[in-house]
Design a protein around this ligand. Sequence first.
Ligand SMILES: CSC[C@@H](O)[C@@H](O)C(=O)COP(=O)(O)O
Length: 352
Amino acid sequence: MSQDLDFDRYDRIRPIRWTGDALELLDQRKLPFEVGYVRCEDSDAVAAAIHSLTVRGAPAIGIAAAWGVVLAARQVDAGDGAAALGQLEPAMQRLNAARPTAVNLAWALARMRRVLVASGEHWRVLLEQEAQAIADEDLAANRHMGALGAALIEPGSGVMTHCNTGSLATAGFGTALGVIRAGVAQARIARVYAGETRPWLQGARLTSWELQQDGIAPTLVADAAAAHLMKGGGVQWVIVGADRICANGDTANKIGTYQLAISARHHGAKFMVVAPSSTVDMDTPSGDAIEIEERDPGEMFAIGGVRTAALDIEAWNPVFDVTPYTLIDAIVTEKGVIEQPDEAKMRALFGS
Ligand SMILES: CSC[C@@H](O)[C@@H](O)C(=O)COP(=O)(O)O
């Protein structure tokens, strides 16, 4: 099925560009009104870009961090990889601290560490090759997951998605949005609803814009409209990405995902999580052990620089939540699909 898709159609947006001497990041704070790249010439600039959401989405921040290590290596004078690792460790720890919830960040840095430990005098070349491999593997995984996820959807279905999980959040094509792209191309999906995703509006600004480039017209809904929409029967599948999938299948994703899962179960809609295996964290037993990022409450007081909240108030701004595995109907990864996930099925596919 995936061979039928013209992937080049979907490969126009690239949030991360390696120029050979710098990392260029599509500035997602300004999309869709300004399309421009921020140039990072050292690893701390990459860490700052990850923290500020200039680059965002679990796979994309892992890829950016890997290139950040390549940039950090420019400041290092070492004869082999093991010696370089000691000098690179502080920069890697600053990259890792940029955002806590998406495991792809730590996963990509662990891959870079492993390459350093195993490499001799050619460690710089091998490090750069590893960063490119992380990006290339992500794109290939997304294309494969698109076909696997779409196959679960009955023709003519309505789907709802949350946040942005497309090319902007990955090396290309997207996770949940990849399934939606494939599903629309195969006429399995007839309607796409995108939740706004307050407070940062990834759905309203990014997903809507990204789907427009493909000629897919999503219907934007307020996050608060989801239950009402599902009650009317307009949604057969909720399809979302993930920032961390635990050993038991509990899944952290953008704040608001959990209430979509509850609402889907209540209304008889199915709930699909789509993520590469780099998002699976078998070392975290359940969602209770995930650190949930809390961002500046100021993000909730204004939209586009215009104050929308009363003055002198307090706000709480957790930016992820955990959906329990019992509310998930399918976890789609490039390694395969787990329906009605639980720890035994997770361990069978991903080992320990
Ligand atoms: C393929 S992206 C999967 C998730 O990273 C995505 O759904 C999400 O929650 C992104 O959050 P963000 O805060 O925009 O980085």
